[in-house]
Design a protein. Structure first.
Length: 297
């Protein structure tokens, strides 16, 4: 039971930061940015690059986050801000085109073979019957710390109050004297940096590869929709529910259903679990579990 909980939390840490950034941006610009998951993939490759150049792993990830955040902000200024004049549907299609472009460029430069980080090998931490790798433990601890810092920023600082005001009513917030453009730029940079961090921590165990973004696309969007698009902390709760479902699908023994002692579903069914949760959410809770407004495209 405890191992099941640990596996769920580890999977949550894989999705939470990326889903958080996606929901943050949606709250301000009101379109689902499909390219967001590819920023996670790009961040993983940049972390590998900087680490291979001799930077310590932590510093390599930090530089990758800054570089990816800067690229995210640049794409907002040069691409999405212009596309938004034509409406959210056109902007979403543009984000899909940008996502494919990022993948194509990365594939051409880095190739299709996964790049494994050169990290020291160590035995997992064992507490009773619970086993967790130190890399996963660090990733989980980093995610919890960042989520706590973000919650504090969102609810106890002037910047956080400005973000919530802009998300609720952008026109009224701008009329009240808030600098909407500077807040939007800050959120775009931060979302890209969070995506890069999430992708880099995931790649520490699975390697940097071009399908990393595609693998995260459905569960991240399902988490954001479950939490209510535009509700960042709701997206984190959605990530936990998605992780719980995915872990259950691959850990439950279905042998009693097929007349065998042991029968587990293959890992490939993880995507099916995300599809199911997303479909049920759209059917019964299209505004998210926390009833935040979802603007359909």
């Amino acid at each position: 039971m405890f191992q099941f909980l640990i596996d769920t939390l580890v999977r949550t840490s894989d999705l939470a930061l990326v889903a958080l950034g996606l929901s943050m941006v949606y709250g301000l610009v009101k379109f689902p940015n499909i390219a967001h998951v590819q920023y996670a993939m790009l961040g993983a490759y940049l972390s590998y690059l900087f680490h291979s150049l001799g930077l310590p792993m932590a510093l390599a990830i930090a530089v990758s986050c800054c570089a990816t955040g800067a690229l995210t902000l640049l794409m907002h200024l040069l691409v999405f801000r212009r596309l938004l004049r034509s409406g959210p549907a056109i902007t979403m299609i543009g984000s899909l085109a940008l996502a494919m472009l990022v993948v194509a460029v990365t594939l051409g430069v880095a190739g299709s073979f996964p790049l494994m980080y050169k990290l020291p090998l160590s035995a997992p931490l064992v507490i009773g019957e619970v086993r967790i790798g130190y890399t996963q433990l660090y990733a989980l601890g980093t995610t919890v710390l960042l989520l706590a810092l973000f919650a504090g920023l969102l609810f106890y600082t002037r910047t956080g109050r400005a973000m919530r005001a802009l998300s609720s009513n952008r026109a009224l917030a701008a009329a009240s004297g808030l600098n909407a453009e500077s807040i939007t730029r800050l959120v775009n940079f931060s979302s890209g940096a969070l995506a890069a961090l999430g992708g880099s921590m995931l790649a520490m165990t699975s390697g940097a590869h071009v399908n990393l973004g595609y693998d995260m696309l459905l569960p991240v969007f399902a988490a954001a929709i479950l939490g209510g698009l535009g509700n960042p902390l709701g997206a984190v709760a959605g990530a936990f529910l998605i992780a719980l479902t995915e872990t259950a699908v691959t850990n439950l023994n279905f042998g009693w259903m097929v007349g065998k002692t042991v029968a587990f579903l293959p890992v490939a069914y993880i995507s099916a679990a995300s599809f199911l949760i997303l479909l049920l959410a759209l059917l019964f809770k299209p505004y998210g579990l926390f009833d935040r407004e979802v603007r359909r495209v």
